[in-house]
Each structure stands twice: as structure tokens, then as C-alpha cells.
Ligand binder design. Structure first.
Ligand code: SD4
Length: 333
């Protein structure tokens, strides 16, 4: 148990700023965790889905170097998109059932500006293209060839996104061709990152989507309100898991609305998960949804439908990877 802390002692360590995590998964730095009582106001904070602590660190460094929240988040997410070993994001992502890697991403700033790309092929950095859609077009979402052509016009290079490892996995999958999304695949799935720097909130999300999805399938990650939502006066939320759930419930938007009504980020995430989990009939084994949220004062929270959802929190350079509380205790059949 050297790397885990039970909840009661954890709440002593993080009374105000990290609400209701169950376990610190790694990077436990007890001495460095002494909270500043009451608030994280004014701190630089980046929070990402799954064990994306390196992305948080890069975002933190970019913010330190003078970049704003959005550009820092883009730097953090771009790092994951380039990681060929991350098979759920960017280059090296698992393909759809035709063997094509197609990418989804969106971004939103504290002023309510938003941009996204979906079903985009051949471009390594959908998060950067999403930012370009946000700031350099009159639109919010570009899809398919339109997204790729826009990226090429803006000078992005065309690359082959299908790695050898993903190609081999795809060939093995083809033998049975069963579509069976698995929750928490490798604790390194879709990256959603939300943060605050210079008191400005922002967020971004990037994914290659569910492995072996139908051709043309688009998930929650490029959809504002589903995979990501930011309100500069309230807070931000991003999601991971079975995208169809977030799309049907606009879960990220809902979390921000709960925070607007006074809920803490953790309580807002719990209520949005409950809304979904209460309706699950039959097997819940592929019904994962993990939510992370931050409010304008820097309070952070998370919650998931199924156990096993972890998230990385970096506050003024101090990083912890935590496991969220979940609605169900076990992933059954
Ligand atoms: C999707 N939500 O395309 C994404 C997948 C994901 O961790 O989050 N994987 O549905």
C-alpha cells in the first residue's frame, strides 16, 4: 500500500482543493501536499483525464513561459497526440473498422469561443487545428475532408497516422471483427484537459475515438457540451469513456450548469454521472463515463460511472494522479 492513501487520510491532506478522490495512484508527495487553506485562487492548475501527468507538466511549463491557458493546454495535448504508444489519441491511435485512423478534438476558451474537428484523417494535431477553427474561421466544427483540407491550407503536414502496432492490432481484431468497447483500456485513453492560469479557464479534448468504431462514427470529444464545456465565469468540465453517453446527456455542459447552481466540481460530476447511471439497464460493463471538473476558484473534482477512472491534477507544478469515486463499485458482466 505504499502508493495508496485511504480516503479519510486523503481528505485531511486535500480538504479544500481536491474533492473526494479515493486513491492517489502515483506521485504521492505527502510533505508537499499541505493545502493552502480554503482555496486555490490564483494558482495555475491543469487537470487531465487518465494518467496524462506528462501533458499537465508540459502545459504548466508553457504557462510558466508566458503562454495563456489555451496555448498551454494545446501544448500539453499535442504531446500526447505525438506519442505513438498512446493508442487512443492522435498518431498511433487505433483505427475504425475499415482500418482508417480518424481523429476528433475540440477546444473552448474562457470567453466562450470554441472550435473543433471531427472525423479528420492524416493530420497529427487535431487540437491545434481545433484552435485554428476557433480563432480563424466563422465556424465551430469542421468534419472529414473539410477539416483535413483546412489543416493543409494552414500549413499542417499530411502524415500516416496508422502505426505498425495499431495495424497489427487491427489485423488481429479483423479475425473476429467484434465491436466490444472496453472501459479504462490502458489508463491512457482520450485526453481531456481543463485548466486555469492567470484566472482564465480553458479546456481541450483529443481522441482517436473508440477502437474499431463504424466508419463515419464521431464521438463526444469534438462536441461542445458533450466532451468539453467551459464557462469562464463558472468552471470547466471534460469527459472520457463511451462517447454516446455524453452525447445523449450533454454531460460536460450539465456539470458546468450544476456548478453554476452552487455545486462543487466533485458534486456536479457526481450528479451528472448519477443522471446517466440511474438509467443503465442490463450490462454496464462498457458504460464508462469519467468526468473531471474545475471551478473558477480552482477547486477540482471528478466522478465516474465505473471504477478505475484516474485523472492527473497539477497545481502550481505539483502533480498527483488520483482515482475518482465511482457510482458502481465493480465492473460486472
Ligand atoms: C469517444 N469518448 O470517442 C471517446 C473515447 C474515450 O477513453 O474517451 N476513450 O467516445
Amino acid at each position: 500500500m505504499s502508493n495508496t492513501i485511504k480516503r479519510r487520510s486523503l481528505l485531511k491532506l486535500f480538504p479544500a482543493y481536491i474533492v473526494a478522490p479515493t486513491i492517489i495512484v502515483s506521485q504521492v508527495k505527502v510533505a508537499g501536499c499541505t493545502p493552502v487553506s480554503g482555496s486555490n485562487n490564483g494558482k495555475t492548475i491543469f487537470v487531465s483525464t487518465w494518467n496524462n501527468q506528462s501533458a499537465n507538466r508540459i502545459a504548466t511549463q508553457s504557462a510558466k513561459n508566458g503562454k495563456n491557458t489555451i496555448d498551454a493546454i494545446v501544448d500539453g495535448i499535442s504531446h500526447v497526440e505525438s506519442d505513438i504508444n498512446d493508442m487512443s489519441v492522435g498518431k498511433g491511435g487505433r483505427p475504425d473498422r475499415e482500418g482508417d485512423v480518424t481523429l476528433d478534438s475540440c477546444i473552448m476558451d474562457h470567453e466562450g469561443n470554441a472550435g473543433g474537428v471531427c472525423y479528420m484523417k492524416d493530420i497529427e494535431h487535431p487540437i491545434q487545428v481545433a484552435r485554428d477553427v476557433m480563432y480563424h474561421t466563422p465556424h465551430v466544427l469542421l468534419a472529414g475532408d473539410g477539416a483535413t483540407n483546412f489543416a493543409l491550407q494552414r500549413g499542417y503536414e499530411k502524415i500516416n497516422l496508422l502505426s505498425t502496432k495499431a495495424k497489427i492490432a487491427y489485423k488481429e481484431w479483423k479475425v473476429k471483427s467484434e465491436y466490444k468497447p472496453t472501459p479504462n483500456i490502458e489508463q491512457h485513453d482520450t485526453i481531456g484537459m481543463i485548466g486555469i492560469h492567470d484566472r482564465k479557464l480553458g479546456g481541450g479534448c483529443s481522441t482517436s475515438g473508440l477502437a474499431y468504431k463504424m466508419q463515419g462514427r464521431v464521438g463526444d470529444s469534438p462536441i461542445i457540451g458533450a466532451g468539453l464545456y467551459v464557462d469562464g465565469e463558472v468552471g470547466a468540465c471534460t469527459a472520457t469513456g463511451m462517447g454516446e453517453i455524453m452525447m445523449k446527456n450533454l454531460s460536460s455542459f450539465l456539470v458546468v450548469e450544476f456548478m453554476r447552481s452552487g455545486d462543487s466540481p466533485a458534486e456536479a460530476c457526481r450528479k451528472a454521472v448519477k443522471r446517466v447511471a440511474d438509467k443503465i439497464k442490463g450490462s454496464k460493463k462498457d458504460q464508462q463515463m469519467g468526468l473531471i471538473a474545475i471551478d473558477k476558484d480552482g477547486n477540482v473534482g471528478a466522478y465516474s460511472v465505473l471504477p478505475g477512472f484516474v485523472y492527473a491534477v497539477t497545481i502550481d507544478g505539483e502533480t498527483n494522479v488520483l482515482e475518482s469515486d465511482s457510482f458502481f463499485d465493480v465492473i460486472d458482466e
